[in-house]
Each structure stands twice: as C-alpha cells, then as structure tokens.
Ligand binder design. Sequence first.
Ligand code: FAD
Ligand code: UDP
Length: 377
Amino acid sequence: MLALFMKYDIVIVGAGISGATLAERFANTLQKKVLIIEKRDHIGGNCFDYYNTDGILVSKYGAHLFHTSYKDIWEYVQRFSQWIPYKHKVLAKVDGKLVPVPVNITTVNLLFNLSLKTEKEMIEWLSKNRINIKDPKNSKEAALASVGEALYKKIFENYTKKQWEKDPEELDAEVLNRIPVRTTFEEGYFSDTYQAQPKDGYTKLFENMLTNKNITIKLNTDYFAIKDSLQFDMLFYTGPIDQFFSYNTGEKLEYRSLKFVEETLDMEYFQENSVINYPNEEKFTRIVEYKHITGQKHPKTTIVKEYPSSVGEPYYPIPSKRNKEIYEKYKKEALALEKQQIYFVGRLANYKYFNMDQAFKNALDLFAYLMENKHIK
Ligand code: FAD
Ligand code: UDP
C-alpha cells in the first residue's frame, strides 16, 4: 500500500500528456519526488493505446495522429520514442461518393461534376462560391468564408451539429477553422511540418517518459477522494477546471463526449482509408480503421465508430461564448491559487481544444516559466 501521507515535492493529478511531461521534467531535471494520481487504470490520458483481445493495436479514446510545427516539441517527443513518418488523410462519404477532406480540387470535381485541373481554376471556383465575411464570428461564418454554402451544407453543417449538438453558429470560429481548404490536389489532413506516429504506440512513449524512480504513479485513484491526505510543495491539476471548484459554485462547463463502438472483423481491411467521415445521415461521425495508421499486419481488422454524446467522459471542451465566459471566472480562481503553488495545466484544466503538441507545449512552457521565475523550491 502506497503511503499517500508521505510528503512529495510535486503532486500531479492526471497521467496524460500534461501530467507526464511535468513529472518527467521535475524528476529528470530537478530530482524532485513526484506523485501522479490517476483515476483511470492506465497512464497516457486520452492518448492511451493497447493491444485488444485479437492482438490489434487500438486507441481506447479514438485515433491519435501527431502533428506539429513546433520544432522544440518535435525534438522533445523524440526523446521518448522512435517516430515513423505518417501523413494523415481523411475521406468523407457525401452524396454516395468518397471525397477528400479538407476540401481540395478532387472534392469539388466529384461533388459538382466538374473537371478543374489547376490551382488557378480552383481559386476562381472558390472565389465565386465563398461568402465574403471579413472577420468570421462563429463556425458557420468561418466555413462560409472558407468554402461557401454548398460545401458547408454537404460536409460541415450536419457533421458539426452531430458532433457538438449545437448549431455551427453557436460555436466559435476556431472549431471549423481547424479544417483548412486546399487549392490543389493536396490530400493531407494537417498542414504541419512534422507528422509522425510513435513506433511502438503512445502508451510505450508514456512509459518511457515515466521511468525515473522518483516518480510514483497511483492509478485508480480520484484526487478528490484523497486530497486531504496529500502533502506537497506544488500541485498540478490536469482534470476539468470546473470540477476543481464545484464546491463553491453551481456553474458547470459543457463538455462533449463520444461513445466508441469497436468491432473486429474477419477480413484484412474494412475500408480504403484510416478515417472515413460520415457527415450526414448516420448517427456516428466517423469510422476509424487502426491498421491503416499503425501499419500493423494482421489477418483481422478492428474498426471503431464514433458516436457523439453529451454524457460520458469529458473529451472535448465546447468553444462557445457561454462556456468561455464561465471559464474566465474559473480561470481567475485558478490564478489566485498560484500563490499556494497550485497550477492548472492541459486541455480540460485550460478548457482549450488542444492538440497533443499544444498540450506538450503548455506543460513545457509552464515548467520553463516556473524555472525562470524561481517559483520552484
Ligand atoms: P488528458 O489526456 O485528458 O489527461 C488528463 C488525465 O487526468 C486523464 O487521464 C484523467 O483520467 C485524469 N484525471 C482527471 N480528473 C482526475 C481526478 N479527479 N483524479 C485523478 N485523475 C484525474 N490530438 C492530436 O494532436 N491529434 C489527434 O489525432 C487527436 N485526436 C483526438 C481524438 C479524441 C477523440 C480526443 C478526445 C482527443 C484527441 N486529441 C488529438 C487531443 C489529445 O487527446 C489531447 O490534446 C491530450 O490528450 C491532452 O492531454 P492532457 O494531459 O491535457 O489531458
Ligand atoms: N468537421 C466537419 N466535417 C468533417 C470534418 C470535420 O464538419 O468532415 C468539423 C466538425 O465540427 C469537427 C471539427 O470540424 O468537430 C474539427 O474536426 P477534427 O477532425 O479536427 O475533430 P477532432 O479530431 O478533434 O474530433
């Protein structure tokens, strides 16, 4: 039985990217004694992957594709894994056809029976179809300004309603601004300089981050159940920010969840691409087939359908005006706790739609800030 009453230099709530990065930095560079408390039965947070009963490597919380343009983050993650270059592509089933997303020349040709050939022709097509909105204020305006009404209706409107249970007008422009538009035949989903997958999976990468003997990990433990027994110099919290303060306010932030319905099929491949989106009729938003991403050879294949849900684990902060206003109130309370050496880190504690590289960066930036400002005893 772990002596939780023991004093640790650093206590970290959550063993995802944010928690593992801070633990690794404090233990490896400052020889601090670190305790990580994780309520799930595994490390890795939402990046966790594992071999299922058929021996196929799958992600428990949806496919994770690493991409970044931050050179320092790319260098940092290479310390913990070898990486295999992997360029992600997505197709969407629209009007009975499989078309590339982000929209490119092929998408327009297939959906409107055209034969555009050059970037110039595509730019002309877009300029005829785009709606001139200078400073899009929400996700509907962002999509109309980027691809125009017809493509918005076919690819983005219903997918977004399904995924978020909100009209795109209620969501900040940042949600649909995640998806660029291509003026060429380029098929890549991301535009970042570095795009790769960890050779032995994400969980192995986290194991490699957490090898220092000064790091103790306590799984299956909810911070709120044991918080009064903890002694520490510094606390880092990576869970949902409103949960931390819920004792003194009724205001809840909204989160979006997903139900992952996994099936292993007796065939080598189920679909022609790693991810196929279903923007319209189906209740699910996408089907992921992992073997296309991992490159694993196996006679069977595992696919996962993602069904958006308002109940379940909080996977996504929902970037709307209301939620941002509530978050700003919590942020003030969180900043006040810095005097007591309590810090909020990561996607749920910052209530930001972080990609993995942004989560690494957020934790590394905080560590650098604490070092520079001599906040660490
Ligand atoms: P998390 O991974 O959420 O880790 C927080 C941890 O804290 C969790 O393990 C949780 O169990 C634990 N915790 C919370 N509360 C408590 C408590 N009270 N007590 C103890 N433990 C607690 N990013 C990409 O770059 N590319 C992708 O392709 C991609 N795909 C994604 C797909 C999905 C479906 C989702 C949901 C996210 C995806 N992301 C992707 C984003 C990526 O998962 C996040 O950026 C990253 O995992 C954030 O790390 P984190 O440590 O901040 O949070
Ligand atoms: N989106 C869409 N149609 C698509 C793909 C994405 O409408 O075919 C919208 C949808 O609102 C989605 C958002 O773009 O939530 C961001 O997509 P991304 O693939 O980045 O979502 P994530 O992988 O974070 O779930």
